[in-house]
Design a protein around this ligand. Structure first.
Ligand code: 5GP
Length: 217
């Protein structure tokens, strides 16, 4: 693996040499979280997203192992029994869960790992005290409603359910470390990247670099 002792925050052309940080990203649905995470992944080679398991049906264009691990309910319930998940939740009638093995292996490889999960799943903060949590807010409820309708993927009934849950979800934002308002995709992406880069600058993330510096003094 490449060592980047002369550059402790890593760059897009080098894999970081240390264990990666974990970022929990949540939002009310329709806030643009998935779009923002896709942009971050495209533009930052040191970043990976944990691919969740779900029992919901794939939407058009979604691939198994890329967007989700799509599994039958029986398999998901068996994984719960095996304690394979860091957290799992029932969202709109389907199971979703974050695999412990998946997150650990990415972080051990030195990638910063994003857990893109719903507000219930963000309870995972208790089991991952070292992770940073970020909540993405819509600029207004009107914009949130327009985005959900414009997506065209969900039925009217699902949209109404999502909207009525949104207020309660947004109230939970006070429990997160960082708040990013998605009124402009470029700006919100830049804000997220600042948070991720600041994580790389934490002293806890730089112990390897400090030891190396002192050893070679
Ligand atoms: P969708 O079905 O639209 O892809 O996702 C529905 C909700 O489930 C979103 O808020 C999404 O972030 C959330 N979700 C995706 N993966 C996980 C997971 O592993 N755990 C939890 N708790 N929620 C998840």
């Amino acid at each position: 693996m490449l060592q980047s002792t002369d550059n402790p925050i890593g760059t897009d052309i080098m894999k970081p040499h240390k264990k990666g940080n974990i970022f929990i990203i949540s939002a009310a649905s329709g806030t643009g979280k998935t779009t923002l995470v896709s942009r971050l992944l495209k533009n930052n080679a040191d970043l990976r997203v944990s691919v969740s398991h779900t029992t919901r049906q794939p939407r058009e264009g979604e691939q198994h192992g890329v967007h989700y691990h799509f599994v039958p309910k029986e398999e998901f319930e068996s994984l719960i029994k095996q304690k394979a998940f860091l957290e799992h939740a029932n969202v709109f009638g389907n199971y979703y869960g974050t695999s412990i093995a998946g997150v650990n292996s990415l972080s051990e490889e030195g990638y910063d790992v994003i857990l893109e999960i719903d507000v219930q799943g963000a309870q995972v903060r208790k089991s991952l005290p070292e992770a940073s949590s970020i909540f993405i807010l819509p600029p207004s409820f009107e914009v949130l409603a327009e985005r959900l309708i414009g997506r065209g993927t969900d039925s009217e009934e699902v949209i109404q359910t999502r909207l009525s849950k949104a207020r309660h979800e947004i109230e939970q934002s006070v429990l997160f470390d960082y708040i990013v308002v998605n009124d402009d995709l470029d700006r919100a992406e830049a804000d997220l990247l600042h948070i991720i880069k600041a994580g790389r600058l934490k002293k806890s993330s730089q112990q390897g670099f400090i030891s190396n510096l002192l050893e070679n003094s």
